[in-house]
Design a protein around this ligand. Structure first.
Ligand code: G1P
Length: 292
């Protein structure tokens, strides 16, 4: 029986250059979709998958993330004193992580996603773990990570979420070659980071959700550089093919790439339209704006 996935690694050291000047003094993971920061969606996605321990791989200027998941005593005390702010108090209190369940470690140098994940090695040990890239926002139930965890319990080994992308976009993603797809799960036979469309083995793209066996650290230990001169997670994953089971899971829920401005805008509108408390007003607002 597969070991339970208890821990998640959240790489949050990126500079967020595509969102300058917003990210000049603020972590890009703190950008809000409707009323909560991107990083909170990732944490909630983990909690819904039964994962309660977090390793945040941070960098300079990322202190707000740590503060966000702690108690905000002044704010909470003030809200508690005002009799009519109970809902707001609950919102603030809910955005905390259980004492002792979060580690914040710094990547120190921007050497790539593979290096960021490797920085979590001492805190993960030798057990399977999840990786979530918070600028990919997933919505839907069961969550993408819950689906991955469930898949890994049936297949054993590592499982990564994939979606089909238009061929011209392969250069933005890790791309998987797969075989024998059954019930949305397929064996991975190859992995390439950001191939040009004419060199891509398929158009199945990795979307920043992984359940990985700890063997990935053995490959990351070598600190080999790949695409873009960076230590790539995809390259370490490619080396795992042929070892323990390794599958791609076709993800079919909502997905918004908040790493670019349009995807981020889309996420805000889509999440607002999908929530009972904001759907009606948002729809009316959009209709008004579109009428001009
Ligand atoms: C990273 C990964 C890539 C993956 C992508 C998903 O790239 O390296 O394999 O497909 O996230 O968003 P990035 O977008 O950080 O350049």
């Amino acid at each position: 029986m597969a070991q339970r996935v208890r821990k998640a690694v959240l790489p949050v050291a990126g500079l967020g250059t595509r969102f300058l000047p917003a990210t000049k003094a603020m972590a890009k993971e703190m950008l809000t979709v409707v009323d909560r920061p991107l990083i909170q969606y990732a944490v909630e996605e983990c909690l819904a998958a039964g994962i309660e321990e977090f390793v945040f791989v941070t960098g300079r200027n990322k202190g707000a993330i740590e503060d966000h998941f702690d108690h905000a005593y002044e704010l909470e005390a003030t809200l508690a004193q005002r009799g009519n702010k109970q809902a707001e108090l609950k919102q603030a209190e809910q955005a905390t992580i259980k004492p002792g369940n979060a580690i914040f470690t710094r990547q120190q140098k921007p050497l790539g996603l593979g290096h960021a994940v490797w920085c979590a090695k001492p805190w993960i040990g030798r057990e399977p773990f999840a990786v979530l890239l918070p600028d990919e926002l997933m919505v839907g139930t069961p969550t993408c990570t819950a689906q991955l965890v469930a898949a890994s319990e049936t297949t054993g080994g590592s499982v990564v979420a994939v979606v089909e992308v238009p061929r011209e976009q392969t250069k933005s993603y890790g791309i998987a070659a797969i075989k024998g797809e059954k019930n949305g799960l397929a064996e991975i036979t190859g992995l390439v980071e950001k191939p040009r469309p004419e060199e891509a083995p398929s158009n199945w793209a990795l979307i920043g959700r992984y359940v990985l066996e700890p063997e990935v650290f053995d490959h990351l230990d070598r600190h080999e550089t790949g695409a873009g001169g960076e230590i790539q997670l995809t390259d370490a994953l490619a080396k795992m093919i042929g070892g323990k089971p390794f599958h791609a899971m076709r993800y079919s829920g909502g997905r918004y790439d908040c790493g670019n401005r349009l995807g981020f805008l889309e996420a805000n509108v889509a999440v607002a339209l999908g929530r009972a408390d904001t759907a009606g007003e948002t729809r009316a607002l959009l209709e008004r704006l579109l009428k001009g």
